[in-house]
Design a protein around this ligand. Structure first.
Ligand code: PLP
Length: 475
C-alpha cells in the first residue's frame, strides 16, 4: 500500500468510525453470534496472494462486526466500562503511526518525557502524595503484579531475583471482595495462592481491619512473613472501599508494603467531593487506577504510582550492552519500571484526552454519571419489586428483582439470571452480574462516555417490563 492508497483508505476508515459512533445504538449491544460463527467463516490458511483493502474492509464489516460486543454503546452497562473518546482515538492513531518503541528515553525522548509529565498531572488531579512517581502500565493486573514483585524483592533483600525462590512463608492480604488479579499476581510471583489471606468484609463489603490485624498477628506467631496488603478503592463487585487509613496504619505498624487497587474508582478522585474517601492514601507504597476504565482513554492505559522508585527499578532493572545509552544517569528509562521491555507510546492518548476535555470537562462527565446512578438508585429504593444489595458510592448499582412474595434465594437467583439473560439477548442493553452473600446480583454501571439520562431511564423501563414478563410466566 502506498501513501496515496493509505490516504484513501485512511479517510474511509475514519468516516466509518465516525458513522459507527453516530449509529452505534442500531447495533445489538451484546454480540448475538453463537460460538464458532466467526471462526467458521474465516479461511483455514493465510492468503498466499495479496488481497485488496476493499475486500478486507468488506469482510471486516460482514464477518467481524457481527461478533463485536459494543463496549462503546451508551446502552452498555456491564462489567466496568473500557470507555474511549474521539480525542483518545486520535491519539491512539498517531501512536500507531509513529510506531515508537518507548523502552528507553533515547528510543523516543518525547514519549518518556510526556509520560513523566502526564503522570505528574494525574498525581496532581487525584491529589496523590507528592512522593509518588508515576509510570503507565498496560493493565491494573500488571501493575499489581509489579507492586507485589517489588514488595517480594524488598523483603527478600533482592535475593529472589538473583537466587530464585527460597521461601514458602510470605503472606499477602486482601479482602474476600478483592479483584482476581491479586490472586493471579501472587501465583505468578511465586508466593502461592495459599499464601493469599482473604479477609472477610463487613455489611458494606469493606475489609474488616480487626480481622486483618488478627490474621497478620496470627501469621507472625506461626512463623509467616506478611509482606503486603492490597486494599480495594472500589471493589469490582460493588465499588466498596476498604478502610484505607486504618489499613495503612496496620501496614506501618507491621512494616508491610501497602498497595491500593483503585482500578476503576480511582478516576473519581479528580472530584473534590470524593477525595475524602481515600483519606490515608499517604500510607500507600503503590497505587493503581485505570484511565482506560473511567477516564475516556481507550484500552490499554493503567496509571501506576510508586513511592520507592529505587526499589521498583532494582526489582526490574536489566542492563545488556545493547540497551546502554549515554543518557542513562539523567533520564527515566521506563523499561526498568515494569515487566515488558517494549512499550507503546500510551501517554499520547492520555495527553490528548486531558487537554481536550480539560480537568473541568472530565469532572463534569464523572459527576453526570454519578448523578444518573443516583436516579436509578432512587427508583430502586422506591420500587416494591426491586432491592438494592450494596451501597451506591459512585456509578455502580447492585440490585435484584425481589418481589415481596418470593423469598427463596435459589428461586430469586434463577429469576434474576433469567432477567439479565433476556435483557442481554434483546440486544438493546447489556448488564453483567455478581453474587453478594449468595444472592445473584445485577450490576448496572453507568460509565460509558456518551451515556445520558434517556439511556439510563430507558434501561430501567426495560428492566421493569422484562421483570413483569418473567414474573407473569412464573405463575
Ligand atoms: N482491579 C479491579 C478493582 C478491577 O475491577 C479490575 C477489572 O475490572 C482489575 C483490577 C483488573 O483490571 P485490568 O483489566 O486493567 O487488569
Amino acid at each position: 500500500m502506498n501513501s496515496d492508497e493509505f490516504r484513501k483508505y485512511g479517510h474511509e476508515v475514519v468516516d466509518w468510525i465516525a458513522e459507527y459512533f453516530d449509529n452505534i445504538e442500531s447495533y445489538p449491544v451484546k454480540s448475538q453470534v453463537t460460538p464458532g460463527y466467526i471462526f467458521e467463516q474465516l479461511p483455514n490458511h493465510a492468503p498466499d496472494k495479496a488481497e485488496s483493502m476493499d475486500s478486507i474492509l468488506e469482510d471486516f464489516k460482514k464477518i467481524i462486526m457481527p461478533g463485536i460486543t459494543h463496549w462503546q454503546s451508551p446502552n452498555f452497562f456491564g462489567y466496568f466500562p473500557a470507555n474511549n473518546s474521539f480525542p483518545s482515538i486520535l491519539g491512539e492513531m498517531l501512536t500507531s503511526a509513529l510506531g515508537s518503541q518507548c523502552m528507553v528515553w533515547l528510543t523516543s525522548p518525547a514519549a518518556a518525557e510526556l509520560e513523566e509529565k502526564v503522570m505528574n498531572w494525574l498525581k496532581d488531579m487525584l491529589s496523590l502524595p507528592g512522593e509518588f512517581h508515576g509510570v503507565i502500565q498496560d493493565t491494573a493486573s500488571t501493575a499489581t503484579l509489579v507492586s507485589l514483585l517489588t514488595a517480594r524483592e524488598k523483603f527478600a533483600n533482592y535475593k529472589i531475583n538473583s537466587d530464585g525462590i527460597d521461601t514458602q512463608n510470605y503472606r499477602v492480604y486482601c479482602s474476600t471482595e478483592a479483584h482476581s488479579s491479586i490472586e493471579k499476581a501472587v501465583k505468578i510471583a511465586g508466593i502461592g495462592k495459599n499464601n493469599l489471606v482473604k479477609i472477610p468484609v463487613d455489611s458494606t463489603f469493606s475489609m474488616s481491619v480487626d480481622l486483618l490485624e488478627e490474621a497478620i498477628q496470627k501469621d507472625i506467631d506461626n512463623g509467616y512473613k506478611p509482606i503486603s496488603v492490597v486494599a480495594a478503592f472500589g471493589s469490582t463487585g460493588t465499588t466498596s472501599i476498604d478502610p484505607i487509613k486504618e489499613i495503612g496504619e496496620i501496614c506501618r505498624k507491621f512494616n508491610i508494603w501497602y498497595h491500593i487497587d483503585a482500578a476503576f474508582a480511582g478516576s473519581a478522585l479528580i472530584l473534590q467531593e470524593m477525595k475524602h474517601l481515600c483519606n490515608g492514601i499517604e500510607f500507600a507504597d503503590t497505587f493503581v487506577f485505570n484511565p482506560h476504565k473511567w477516564l475516556f482513554t481507550n484500552f490499554d492505559c493503567s496509571a501506576y504510582f510508586v513511592k520507592d522508585k529505587e526499589a521498583l527499578i532494582r526489582t526490574f532493572e536489566i542492563m545488556p550492552e545493547y540497551l546502554k545509552t549515554n543518557y542513562d544517569n539523567h533520564v527515566n528509562n521506563y523499561r526498568d519500571w515494569g515487566i515488558q521491555l517494549g512499550r507503546r507510546f500510551r501517554a499520547l492518548k492520555l495527553w490528548f484526552v486531558i487537554r481536550s476535555y480539560g480537568i473541568d470537562g472530565l469532572r463534569e462527565k464523572l459527576r453526570e454519571h454519578i448523578r444518573l446512578a443516583n436516579i436509578i438508585k432512587n427508583k430502586i429504593e422506591n420500587s416494591k419489586d426491586f432491592e438494592l444489595l450494596a451501597p451506591v458510592l459512585f456509578n455502580t448499582i447492585c440490585f435484584r428483582l425481589k418481589p415481596v412474595n418470593i423469598n427463596d434465594v435459589e428461586r430469586l437467583n434463577l429469576i434474576n439470571e433469567k432477567l439479565i439473560e433476556s435483557l442481554n439477548n434483546s440486544g438493546k442493553v447489556f448488564f453483567t452480574h455478581t453474587k453478594l452473600n449468595g444472592k445473584y446480583t445485577i450490576r448496572l454501571v453507568i460509565g460509558q462516555t456518551n451515556v445520558d439520562e434517556k439511556h439510563v431511564l430507558s434501561a430501567w423501563e426495560m428492566i421493569k417490563e422484562e421483570a413483569e414478563i418473567i414474573l407473569n410466566s412464573e405463575f
